[in-house]
Design a protein around this ligand. Structure first.
Ligand SMILES: CC(C)(COP(=O)(O)OP(=O)(O)OC[C@H]1O[C@@H](n2cnc3c(N)ncnc32)[C@H](O)[C@@H]1OP(=O)(O)O)[C@@H](O)C(=O)NCCC(=O)NCCS
Length: 217
């Protein structure tokens, strides 16, 4: 692969051809990007080994129902938020967003149990993923993959040129997850999260072939 980095005998797929094509080197500071990438790969190696020992069967798409989040789902959403996040979003925010036509708010259920959600904002030609969360007891079982696969299909149908999102520098679970779907980091905003002073990674996945040439990086 173009741009691979060899560190201590490890092949690090730091830059895919598309990352090079989209100007990763021009827009992100190369050295911090390489350091972040190396840390991510190391993290992945250790987490994968640990996860393999405990992960149970993965869910398939037909076992997960994905549909609009309803007001009746909000108590379950709050339980999920409290169990899964250090900074849970208030229920009132979900309430506002499900009523806002510029947002699509989706809930994922296994049977009747709410196990995850994803919400995205319609920002012109961009489908901006504002949040995705899977209940902590259901992680590494393919739930988020089912949700995102369905959402990207939906975004393509809705005519979005690309999907974008922001992710914290320390949130490596999420970075690995998005990378698996082909999202690339096209910019790093130093101390972009004022609460923790963490860097903010801006990631993007082009959805339409022609958007490779028209989107600015
Ligand atoms: C990120 C998150 C949504 C992933 O949900 P999930 O249902 O566990 O993800 P999946 O099981 O579909 O994982 C798909 C792939 O993502 C990567 N991945 C996800 N979690 C990972 C972890 N903890 N360590 C390493 N890789 C991980 C892996 O490549 C995984 O594939 P694999 O299991 O075949 O190796 C979940 O960890 C979460 O809810 N985190 C808290 C909320 C959050 O941080 N949201 C993102 C905000 S930007």
């Amino acid at each position: 692969m173009v741009g691979d980095l060899i560190l201590s005998g490890l092949r690090i797929p730091a830059f895919t051809p598309s990352e090079l094509r989209f100007g990763y080197f021009e827009t992100a500071a190369t050295i911090p990007a390489l350091l972040y990438e190396t840390r991510l790969v190391m993290f992945n190696l250790f987490r994968r080994r640990a996860a393999k020992q405990r992960v149970s069967r993965k869910y398939t798409a037909d076992e997960i129902t994905i549909g609009p989040m309803l007001a009746a789902d909000l108590p379950a959403v709050w339980r999920l938020e409290r169990a899964s996040s250090r900074t849970p979003w208030p229920v009132s925010l979900f309430q506002d967003l499900i009523e806002d036509s510029r947002h699509t708010v989706l809930a994922a259920k296994v049977g009747t149990r709410l196990v995850g959600y994803l919400l995205y904002e319609h920002k012109g030609e961009i489908g901006h993923i504002a949040n995705i969360c899977v209940h902590v007891e259901y992680r590494r079982r393919g739930v988020a993959s089912c949700i995102l696969t369905s959402v990207l299909k939906r975004m393509r149908k809705e005519g979005f040129a690309a999907s974008e999102l922001e992710v914290r520098q320390t949130n490596m679970d999420a970075q690995l997850f998005y990378k698996k779907f082909g999202f690339i980091t096209y910019e790093i905003i130093a101390a972009g999260y004022p609460d923790t002073q963490e860097d903010c990674f801006l990631m993007r996945l082009p959805l339409a072939e022609q958007s490779h040439n028209t989107l600015r990086y």
